[in-house]
Design a protein around this ligand. Sequence first.
Ligand code: MRU
Length: 357
Amino acid sequence: MGTMIDTLPDTIRPIRYGDGALYLLDQRLLPGETHENRYVDAAGVAAAIRDMVVRGAPAIGITAAFGVVLACGAAAGSGRADWRGQVEQAIAQLAASRPTAVNLFWALDRMREVLASCPSAGEAHARALAEAERMLAADIAANRRLGAAGAELIEPGRAVLTHCNTGSLATGGFGTALGVIRSAWAQGRIREVFADETRPWLQGARLTAWELLHDGIPVHLLCEGAAASLLRLGQVGWVIVGADRIAANGDTANKIGTYGLALLAREHGVRFMVAAPVSTIDFDTSEGSGIPIEMRPESEVLELAGRAIAPPGSRGWNPAFDVTPARLIDAIVTEHGVVQRPDRERLVALREGIASR
Ligand code: MRU
């Protein structure tokens, strides 16, 4: 069953840096158009994160790191003595772009650490660029490792169901939950892949289906309202999702609809896997109720592709994420190991294991 994890198909890259600029694949236009936008300042990068040009927890973090690179470049170019103040302002702007994915704050903290010992803006620029490039490469490597670890949990012959987009588009590359699915598919462990369309933003329909087909993996799309009927059929062995933030007790924030899927999975005896790099675990947030949940515009619910689908005067309610309690999760799969039946103690053990290596 072994597959060389470095040779699995994974051809999409949403984030690219070159010629002093950041290039982001505009995910709002997919699957109809593949177009890269060019960014030369941190304000533009913060707006790109807020407006969903780039989305997905790890991808947001890496993008913000490159936003800091651009801020350092601008500070070096300005020749001003208060370059640290300029960069701090940009970091604050990037941090305000989206509240839930902890990878954003993790990446910005990491960049702050790197800059702390830099004597000049020029050196800060060089060090920030090296760190952002390293972060991007490390994310892809971590995803390949956690993909292989998650695949090992999947007994051959069943289908899987996933939610939102957790693939190359949502990360530096390869993906988290989709990384597990890529690995398991390549090993012949998965009979069929089902993907929720993921209302209201349609990450499943527009992005996951596009990405899987792009890399040669067939997919069946369903409205998430059909998930209960699918799980009752008994063909699905695992529901596999990503995470935007995992609290210290294992409660997990992910795309709205994930909690409902976890309840359905438990009811139907289907196992539930969360796949995420350790940078998504927030040990400073004790439990799920402490995770800030982003509210997005009502128009995302009331409209579809810019056209109203509800009568004038209807109000929308649009939380972007929900929290799945740890007791509904069978495994959290990370690049540093699998935590079965996650709870506070088992996550601390994971952290201590990493620290002692
Ligand atoms: O609003 P989005 O598209 O940024 O939400 C993305 C998700 O909820 C993903 O499942 C999560 O970030 C994990 S991505 C590897």
